[in-house]
Design a protein around this ligand. Structure first.
Ligand SMILES: NC(=O)C1=CN([C@@H]2O[C@H](COP(=O)(O)OP(=O)(O)OC[C@H]3O[C@@H](n4cnc5c(N)ncnc54)[C@H](OP(=O)(O)O)[C@@H]3O)[C@@H](O)[C@H]2O)[C@H](O)CC1
Ligand SMILES: [K+]
Length: 477
C-alpha cells in the first residue's frame, strides 16, 4: 500500500526518526534506494549529481557514494552548505565541485543522466534567485533528469502549476507519495513516479498519515463471491431513482452498469418513461415523485441522476429509510448536510463538490484531499470525489484511486460509476468497500476500454467492461 504524506507529516516523521536515533540510517537508506533505482533504469550511465543544502541534498550525496559502488562514473556538484557528514564520507572516494550554474552547464554535457536533489519537501516559495538559476539550467538538459523525492521547485502538497520547477523525466518518491505526485498539473513535472522504500518502520509512518492509495489486492479481497447455487434473488438488488424529460439516458446507464456489475435484479423508477433501459430491468413508473416513499425498496438505491430540481427532496426521503444508498448528481445539494449515514455514499464531481462546499471548483481542485475530507465531515457517510484521480473519504481514512484515464472524461461516466457502486452495495458490501471497489473497477474497466477506443470511449463501453476488468483483477492479468 502506498502511503500519502504531506510536507508537515514528513517533518513530523523526521523529528520522530531523529528522536529515535534513526534519521542518519534513514538518509543512508534513502540514498542507497535512489542509487539502486537509478542503476536499474540507467545501467552503466555517467551521472551528474546535484546536491542542495537540505536533506534532499543529503540523499543525493549518499546516492552518489552508492552509485560509485555500483560502478557508475559520477560528477558531484554540492552546495557549499550541503550536509557535511555525508559529503565527507563521499569525499574519501571522489572529489566534489561547487554547485554553480556554470558547473551545471559544463558537466551536464559530459554525463548521460542528471540526478537532482536540490529541494524536496522542505521547499518554501518563492525560489531564491540562486536556486531559480540552477533549475533553469537543469531544464536546459537534453539528458534525462531524475528528481529525488519531488522535482525541485514543486510544492509537495500543492497540485497547482509551479512557478518554476525541474521538469523531471523520472521521480523517485521517498517513504510515501506526496499530493504533487498524484494531482495535475503539478504531477506533470514529475514524469514517471516510482515510490521507493527507505526502511522507515511502519509504526512511525502510520502514526502520521491515514491517507493511501486504493490497492488492487485489497479490492480483490472485498469483491463479492458467489456459491454454485446462486440465483437472481441471492445476487443483490438495485433500485435507480432518476431521470426527467430528455434526461433518461442517465438511468439507462446506471441500470446497465448495475447489471454488468452482477446485480441479480435491477429496477428503476421515474416520472417519465425511461427509454433504452436494458430489457433485463424492471420499471416501476411513478405519477409523482412523492410516491417514492411507498416503494417496496430492497437492496441498494441509487438516487439523483438526471432527476432535476426535486432530487434533493427525494434523496432526503430515501436517506431517512436507512437503506444502502448512492446519492449522485442533482441530489448533491447543501440541504443534505449531516444526512449521510453509515450506508450512504455521496459521489460528487468537482463542480458538485464546490456546490456542496459553497466554494468554487478551483478551490476544490487546489486541494482535493482536503475537499473530500471536509465533505465527509459535513455530509457524513462515505464521499467519493470524482476526478483524475478520484479521492475517497470515510470518517477515519482517505484514499486516492490510481486506475482510470483521461479518455473517461465523457458524459454518463458518473452514472456508470453510481450504478457500479450501487450494485456492490446491493451485493452486500459495506459502504467503504463498495465505494473503493467500485471506483477501482470503474477505472480499471476504463483502462481496458482506453486500449481499444482511446479518447472515443463511451460510458456504456465502461459498463460493458466491468466484467472483463473484474476477471482480469482476479486472475492477475
Ligand atoms: N521522512 C522522510 O521521508 C525522509 C526524507 N528525507 C529527504 O529530506 C527531504 C526534506 O529535507 P529538508 O531538509 O526538510 O528539506 P529540503 O531538502 O527539501 O529543503 C530544505 C533546504 O532548502 C532550502 N530552501 C527552502 N526553500 C527555499 C527556497 N524557496 N529557495 C531556496 N532555498 C530554499 C532551505 O534553506 P533555508 O535557507 O531556507 O533554510 C533548506 O536548506 C525530503 O524531500 C527527502 O528528500 C530524508 O532523507 C530523511 C527521511
Ligand atoms: K528534488
Amino acid at each position: 500500500m502506498a502511503l500519502i504524506l504531506t510536507s508537515q507529516q514528513v517533518k513530523a516523521l523526521d523529528q520522530t526518526l531523529s528522536e529515535k536515533g534513526l534519521l542518519e540510517v534513514t538518509v543512508e537508506n534513502a540514498g542507497r534506494s535512489v542509487a539502486e533505482a537509478l542503476h536499474r533504469h540507467f545501467p552503466d550511465s555517467r551521472v551528474l549529481v546535484v546536491a542542495g543544502k537540505g536533506f534532499n541534498g543529503a540523499d543525493a550525496v549518499v546516492a552518489a557514494r552508492h552509485l560509485l559502488a555500483l560502478g557508475h562514473e559520477i560528477t558531484v556538484l554540492a552546495h557549499q552548505e550541503a550536509h557535511q557528514d555525508s559529503l565527507k564520507k563521499l569525499q574519501v572516494f571522489t572529489k566534489t565541485f561547487p554547485l554553480t550554474v556554470d558547473q551545471v552547464r559544463h558537466h551536464m554535457a559530459k554525463n548521460d543522466v542528471v540526478l537532482e536533489g536540490l529541494l524536496g519537501t522542505g521547499f518554501q516559495p518563492p525560489l531564491s534567485a540562486e536556486y531559480a538559476a540552477l533549475i533553469e539550467a537543469l531544464n536546459m538538459s537534453l539528458k534525462p533528469v531524475v528528481s529525488i523525492d519531488l522535482p525541485s521547485g514543486v510544492r509537495a502538497d500543492v497540485p497547482e502549476r509551479p512557478e518554476l520547477a525541474v521538469r523531471a523525466t523520472r521521480t523517485f518518491a521517498l517513504a510515501g507519495l506526496k499530493p504533487c505526485h498524484l494531482f495535475e498539473p503539478a504531477s506533470e513535472w514529475a514524469g514517471e513516479t516510482e515510490l521507493l522504500s527507505i526502511g522507515v518502520p511502519g509504526q512511525y509512518t502510520h502514526q502520521f498519515t491515514s491517507t493511501h492509495t486504493v490497492e488492487p489486492s485489497d479490492v480483490q479481497q472485498w469483491l463479492p463471491r458467489r456459491n454454485q447455487n446462486a440465483h437472481k434473488g441471492s445476487a443483490g438488488e438495485v433500485w435507480v431513482l432518476g431521470g426527467r424529460s430528455g434526461m433518461t439516458g442517465c438511468v439507462a446507464l446506471s441500470t446497465l452498469a448495475a447489471l454488468r456489475t452482477g446485480s441479480g435484479l435491477v429496477r428503476h423508477s421515474s416520472v417519465v418513461p425511461v427509454e433504452h433501459a436494458p430489457a433485463e430491468t424492471i420499471s416501476h413508473a411513478l405519477q409523482d415523485w412523492s410516491e417514492v416513499k411507498d416503494l417496496p425498496f430492497k437492496g441498494a438505491v441509487a438516487v439523483g441522476m438526471g432527476l432535476g430540481d426535486q432530487a434533493e427532496d427525494i434523496a432526503a426521503m430515501v436517506l431517512e429509510k436507512h437503506l444502502p444508498t448512492v446519492v449522485d448528481a442533482d441530489a448533491l445539494q447543501t440541504s443534505l448536510r449531516g444526512k449521510g449515514h453509515e450506508r450512504t455514499i455521496f459521489t460528487p464531481h468537482p463542480g458538485e463538490a464546490a456546490r456542496m462546499l459553497e466554494t468554487d471548483v478551483a478551490e476544490v481542485l487546489s486541494d482535493p484531499l482536503g475537499a473530500v475530507r471536509t465533505l465527509q465531515k459535513q455530509y457524513g457517510g462515505v464521499v467519493v470525489l470524482k476526478g483524475g484521480p478520484t479521492t475517497i473519504a470515510t470518517k477515519q481514512t482517505t484514499w486516492v484511486n490510481t486506475s482510470g484515464n483521461p479518455g473517461m472524461a465523457s458524459a454518463g461516466m458518473g452514472d456508470v460509476l453510481a450504478g457500479i457502486i450501487a450494485s456492490l452495495l446491493g451485493q452486500g458490501l459495506s459502504a467503504k468497500h463498495a465505494a473503493l471497489s467500485g471506483v477501482y473497477l470503474h477505472g480499471r474497466a476504463g483502462d481496458l476500454c482506453f486500449e481499444r477506443h482511446h479518447y472515443g470511449l463511451q460510458a456504456s463501453d465502461v459498463a460493458h467492461a466491468v466484467g472483463p476488468a473484474w476477471h482480469a483483477l482476479l486472475h492477475g492479468e
